[in-house]
Design a protein around this ligand. Structure first.
Ligand code: FMN
Length: 344
């Protein structure tokens, strides 16, 4: 299957593994690349040196193109992007911030930049900044999907700009891939689906919980990390989203998380004081949420942990290898196309 996206990125299939904290590790990123898609390393919980080591590890495991994801609002993200640029990573995906400088620097060595967007306004501004493609995240998505569902957001952004589009949010099989292409996308990113593969480091307990949950078993709240965010419905998630975290509690939890991640506590918690209190609150909430996310993914702890997951969890009931999954998706898409031909 060849699209504007596969040609742009030099990949075989229009299938992307988006940046997912603690999940899109070098092993999963390399497995996706080796299976013909593009994996994007999640640099959110990594220090600059860990990001450099992860990039080098991917290169040991695969000679295929790959990306590094940088959530620019997170502490340490600009430093991680700097490392990715120094290492001349083929693709850099930036979200939640202005990435003009990343686009310029990536282009200087022949790299590509993908901007994550959730509105038409973001899409137009990313196109103007020189981004090569857009990752369009609809409401169904795990974590920070937009207000509008993929079914409406993807065609709206298709009308608003002419860049290759990657549809994300709610895509988990070949029928979804074909639907995304029909809506005007050039490929899909599948987070929840790829989190449920053998190469994904998600704890076995958590994988079993995802397998059992339905499409309606998620919460979409602004109280977890300060932005609108989709998580798995669980007693811990209900507690975590009941009300916004107070500034004091958020700062305390963020400092604990920063310590565990080897980040300077002052930078995470107090760094925002010089900006506005709102920025400090946001930084602190990110820090606090990071530890809850880690507990669910790495330890399978759902007493204190909170799992980011999309509505597509209800479409997932097995744990194949990435290569098996991609073969199946492409077969389903071909079958779906044939079935539709019979309709006309
Ligand atoms: C377990 C999990 C962890 C994720 N972690 C992050 C993250 O750290 N940062 C981020 O911007 N998006 C994160 N995402 C969201 C993905 O990048 C992507 O936007 C989303 O998974 C797409 O929707 P889908 O789950 O319906 O495929 C995560 C998604 C999942 C499933």
């Amino acid at each position: 299957m060849q699209t504007a996206l596969t040609r742009l990125l030099g990949i075989q299939h229009p299938l992307i593994c988006p940046g997912m904290s603690y999940i899109a590790t070098p092993e999963l990123v390399a497995a996706v690349g080796n299976a013909g898609g593009l994996g994007i390393l999640a640099s959110g919980p990594l220090s600059a040196e860990q990001t450099r080591a992860a990039i080098r590890r991917i290169r040991q495991l695969s000679d295929k193109p790959f990306g590094v994801g940088c959530t620019l609002m997170m502490p340490g993200a600009a430093e991680n992007a700097e490392v990715a640029l120094q290492e001349q990573v083929p693709v850099i995906n930036f979200s939640l911030g202005k990435g003009d400088w990343i686009v310029k620097r990536a282009h200087a060595y022949g790299g590509k930049a993908i901007a994550t967007v959730v509105t038409e306004k973001h899409a137009r501004s990313a196109e103007k900044s020189g981004a090569d493609a857009l990752l369009v995240t609809g409401h169904e998505a795990a974590a920070h999907g937009g207000e509008v569902t993929s079914l409406v957001l993807v065609p709206a952004i298709r009308q608003a700009c002419s860049l290759p589009l990657i549809a994300a949010g709610g895509f988990a099989d070949g029928n979804g891939l074909l639907a995304a292409l029909a809506l005007g996308a050039d490929g899909v990113a599948m987070g929840s689906r790829l989190a449920m593969t053998r190469e994904s480091p998600v704890h076995a307990t958590t994988k079993e919980m995802i397998r059992e949950r339905g499409v309606g078993d998620t919460l979409y709240s602004r109280n977890f990390d300060g932005l609108w965010c989709r998580v798995m419905d669980s007693p811990a998630a209900r507690r975590a989203t009941r009300k916004p975290l107070g500034l004091f509690a958020a700062s305390w939890q963020a400092s604990q998380a920063a310590r565990k991640m080897g980040m300077p506590v002052g930078k995470v918690v107090l760094g925002g004081v010089l900006k506005q209190p709102q920025a400090l609150r946001q930084l602190a909430q990110f820090g606090a949420a990071t530890e809850a996310i880690r507990l669910a993914i790495q330890d399978g702890d759902h007493q204190r942990g909170v799992q980011l997951i999309g509505q597509a969890q209800g479409l997932i009931d097995d744990v194949p290898s990435v290569a098996e999954l991609f073969e199946r998706i492409l077969r389903q898409a071909a079958d779906c196309r044939q079935r539709l031909q019979g309709v006309f």
